[in-house]
Design a protein around this ligand. Sequence first.
Ligand SMILES: Nc1ncnc2c1ncn2[C@@H]1O[C@H](COP(=O)(O)OP(=O)(O)OP(=O)(O)O)[C@@H](O)[C@H]1O
Ligand SMILES: [Mg+2]
Length: 223
Amino acid sequence: MSEPLRLQDVERVFVQGAERLHVLRGVNLALRAGEVAALVGPSGAGKSTLLHIAGLLERASGGEVLIDDAPASRMSETERTLARRAKLGFVYQFHHLLPEFSALENVAMPLIIAGLPKSEAKQRASALLGRLGLAERLKHRPARLSGGEQQRVAIARAVVHGPKVLLADEPTGNLDHATADVVFGELLGLVREHQLAALIATHNPDLAARMDRVVHLKDGVLV
Ligand SMILES: Nc1ncnc2c1ncn2[C@@H]1O[C@H](COP(=O)(O)OP(=O)(O)OP(=O)(O)O)[C@@H](O)[C@H]1O
Ligand SMILES: [Mg+2]
């Protein structure tokens, strides 16, 4: 059984002057394709830190991250960037869309970077956005979209290139309850359909309950 995301004894220590903050103290986790895990824990527990490390945006102080069986500790910066583009999708609490580009361009971007011809990239992006109910919003820039629409575009951008792993940091944390509910359902639908391994940080127990499993980050380890 393939496990696109594996974390083995992951440690993270932040050093600031004489202070050492040991945030992650040996995190272990394996997610199968199609498996969705909620990452919960109090503020400051290290959820975002863990997601950044799993997403190859930050390096662990110790332990190993395996993306599709490839060990991150042995990758060069270039290899990490390529692995991130090919294998990973990331959704943040705030959309982080490029403000000068339309919804369609934002979603097509990862495909164009991957080398797809522009017309095909836009076609795929447009089909995905249409599926998320944004067929009439393709030309809108992020500032001309509602919060829920912005997050839908961010979700589309995170999955359009067919990653193996989806990482999300409170992806609906910025939305009202009803909108969060709907957008989260759409996110889950895409994750299941594309058989992604997904790790989703949330403070919302209702959303956590809709995932396959819940992992608690406490005192630097997952319980
Ligand atoms: N770059 C950094 N340098 C020093 N300390 C950091 C750094 N990044 C995070 N920390 C510290 O690590 C701890 C974990 O932070 P993190 O953002 O991962 O928590 P979190 O679980 O995501 O919290 P929240 O639920 O509030 O988003 C915090 O105490 C934070 O101050
Ligand atoms: Mg956080």
